[in-house]
Write a protein that binds this ligand. Structure first.
Ligand SMILES: Nc1ncnc2c1ncn2[C@@H]1O[C@H](COP(=O)(O)OP(=O)(O)OP(=O)(O)O)[C@@H](O)[C@H]1O
Ligand SMILES: [Mg+2]
Length: 276
């Protein structure tokens, strides 16, 4: 059984179907990518998985238990950690205090005894933001704030990490270090489900990728197979290599113009694997 199973989930907002019978899984010890154009339903899926959004239909199973109707805090206690596309740190607290709050919450009564400096320092060090420890959270660069969110998540010792666009705001070398950190966390047994628009990062670190378009999963597979999948190319670029249709590329309302770049689906060495 997979660590996370999203089973035939539908989410409707009035007349808008944000998620349309989506089914996918994420495994412990692996990095799973959830990608797709803007508005494809990725964040809505995360909201359903983490309990912020009740699905119109479908089920979510986490760590062998159906959690579809379980409140957010209980999912969190069971080992689900999440970062947000829109940053959610306490702006008036320092970076260090933000992580301390997360540690205190995770430890419950033990949190009454202040966490040892070593725990805090180790977390800040692990995500690479020790230099910002004393800075107010609302004064640090966006990329650093995303790493702070990750540190707060890790304070909860999650079995599953849900990361919504974690690398936006990171520069190239920070993104490289971030990718290494994700691999390290997965090697330690943590399951990671990541929504990410940086396709270089996705293709480098993900063990498996699911692609959403208009709320539906249009492909699942290994990075190489996803990159060369005509349906995926069409969803991102408006046309595929197999059936070029330049006019379709002009249909830009659903697709982010920033993604109309051939570097979006770069060549990766391991072009093997099954695609639905
Ligand atoms: N609370 C809401 N009420 C109404 N419509 C919503 C709501 N939340 C999301 N939507 C709509 O659902 C669709 C999916 O949105 P969602 O935010 O899940 O997409 P996304 O894949 O995360 O996009 P992005 O890459 O831009 O973050 C969009 O059409 C969006 O406008
Ligand atoms: Mg989103």
């Amino acid at each position: 059984m997979s660590l996370l199973e999203v089973d035939d989930v539908v989410v409707q907002f009035g007349g808008v179907t944000a998620v349309n019978h989506a089914s996918f899984v994420a495994e412990a010890g692996r990095i799973t990518g959830l990608i797709g154009p803007n508005g494809a339903g990725k964040t809505t899926c995360f909201n359903v998985i983490s309990g912020l959004q009740k699905p119109t239909k479908g089920k979510v199973r986490f760590d062998s238990k159906t959690v579809t109707n379980m409140p957010v805090h209980r999912r969190s206690k069971r080992g689900m950690g999440r970062t947000f596309q829109r940053l959610e740190a306490f702006g008036s607290l320092s970076v260090r205090e933000n992580v301390r709050v997360a540690l205190d919450i995770h430890r419950g009564l033990l949190g009454l005894v202040k966490p040892g400096a070593a725990d805090l320092d180790a977390l800040l060090e692990r995500v690479g933001i020790s230099a910002y420890a004393a800075e107010r959270a609302d004064s640090i660069p966006t990329g650093t704030a995303r790493l702070l969110e990750l540190a707060r998540c890790l304070a909860g010792e999650p079995k599953l990490l849900l990361l919504d666009e974690p690398s936006s705001g990171l520069d190239e070398s920070e993104t490289g270090a971030f990718g290494d950190l994700l691999k390290d966390l997965a090697a330690g047994g943590c399951g990671i489900l990541m929504v990410e628009h940086d396709m270089d990062l996705v293709m480098k670190v993900c063990d498996e990728i699911h692609v959403l378009d208009f709320g539906s999963v249009i492909a699942s597979g290994l990075p190489g197979a996803i990159r060369s999948n005509p349906k995926v190319q069409k969803a991102y670029l408006g046309y595929s290599d197999e059936a070029p249709d330049e006019s379709a590329a002009l249909v830009g309302t659903h697709h982010d113009p920033a993604l109309h770049d051939t570097s979006v689906l770069p060549v990766v060495p391991d072009e093997i694997g099954a695609v639905r």
